[in-house]
Design a protein. Structure first.
Lengths: 260, 260
DNA sequence: GAGTGGTCTAGACCACGTT
DNA sequence: ACGTGGTCTAGACCACTCA
């Protein structure tokens, strides 16, 4: 029985001796930092799932044998990092990584604001095969690895807006081809079916001219200006989960970038 | 004589009664928040300049008649916001807004990485005149306001890379036309000559085709893909200091966007 | 009313940088 | 040696949520 057996949503046990006591005496690492790292590990390892309740401050104080201020400092850092959130009178909860919101917020429909309720995708291709040398390099895979290659056409209100070619390490999402990618977002499927939450992404954006193939798929003239977006998406541990090359209609999208 | 007369770099005096005591009793606003706001005001008003030393924790405790933990919480929030930074054993210092680094980091030279030592600009035009209706709206100015219109061509290693048309409220930077904008960055001039540090900017980016004028200026073919970047730059108080429309060569630049 | 997180205090000791 | 910020404690009271 966990020492947290009486907790409402029964979080996983923490091993105080392994996580803390070994470090405290010898090293000069602050206690609040060690506690923050220990809690981070619980979250990133997946032992604490999204929306799960953390132990209360008082429990953590007892558990780590520290004062409340120290526990609060550790949790405050987690809040600042976005790993957890707190509600006064309620408790502390694991935050679900919300990279998707960040991605959706970065580029916007040009004229047509508002949430596109009737957005969707057509899957043109979803194949598992040996990765090319280039894709192995980009996905940080050894030679001879298998990948899923997923070509999709995205629609908003019946209008095609972008053409996407995704590459995913096959070992991370075996059986991807039998998932419903028409009605569900790829990133939702990755998170819920394959336990692959995305936590970070880099995009490289260039302006290019639509070639004949892209123009045909998007229903625009060849030579029209479009965004070419290369996106590297990462899951926990810095592991790359998807490499995507997308062509987005320049007359429909524009990027918004906030600089601070 | 300031009560801080003995301080090393002689910070401006704080008026405790005006800033704090009036609020404390009546409202339920936390003390650490009120102190943070009071310190923020000192910085944003320009009374505390960049790199200036803040009062020590002990002085702030006495001054606001609060405990050290409360002062530390206020300063920790300022650190997190990037307004100040601390050095153990030294002190707490006002940070200089570093929006420029953020801007320079957002788009990168395509092939040619590395710092462009020999970058420069040619000023094609710098005129003060009545603002058009559109520019008045964008700059949030009343009708009949005057603006500077500044057209520049930027070079890196002797190659023209972008064409920029900036609009600035004339009242914020009177005499801009006599400043050296060839060897100095516009934002450096704004900060140092006109006391106008930029703290935030929004960019809207689209892919377009270069028209004949732009192509001629940039030395590329008409119809080549380029970025059209509209940037709104803000100084303290949410006041817009510059609206810029820039055309950037697509074969030279690409945007890098980090999503979290 | 019981339990949660939010605020604040008073004091202690430590690590670091300057003098 | 002294002054700075960094860490940690033990305790108090408050604000909010929920049964």
């Amino acid at each position: 029985m966990s020492i947290y057996g009486s907790r409402r949503s029964d979080p996983q046990p923490l091993d105080r001796t392994a996580g803390l006591s070994a470090l405290t005496g010898t090293t000069g690492i602050p206690l609040h930092y060690q506690i923050k790292e220990a809690l981070t590990l619980q979250i990133q390892s997946g032992r604490w799932k999204a929306d799960q309740e953390l132990p209360t401050e008082e429990e953590l104080c007892r558990h780590y044998a520290v004062s409340r201020g120290t526990v609060r400092r550790a949790i405050a850092d987690l809040v600042q990092q976005g790993l957890v959130h707190r509600k006064q009178g309620r408790g502390t909860y694991v935050s679900s990584p919300k990279l998707e919101g960040s991605i959706l917020g970065s580029y916007k429909m040009y004229r047509d604001q508002g949430v596109p309720h009737d957005a969707g995708a057509r899957v043109l291709r979803c194949e598992r095969h040996l990765a090319s040398e280039e894709i192995c390099r980009v996905l940080d895979l050894g030679p001879g690895s298998e990948v899923y290659e997923l070509e999709r056409l995205r629609f908003v209100r019946g209008v095609s807006v972008s053409l996407q070619l995704s590459h995913l390490p096959a070992e991370l999402c075996p059986g991807l081809e039998s998932e419903d990618l028409v009605h569900r977002h790829l990133y939702d499927v990755l998170r819920e079916k394959f336990d692959l939450p995305l936590v970070r992404a880099e995009e490289y954006v260039e302006p290019v001219l639509a070639d004949a193939y892209v123009a045909g798929r998007l229903g625009i003239a060849a030579g029209a200006p479009v965004f070419l977006v290369e996106r590297h998406s990462y899951t926990f541990g810095g592991r790359i989960a998807e490499f995507r090359r997308a062509t987005m209609r320049g007359d429909v999208y524009r990027y918004r970038i906030d600089l601070r």
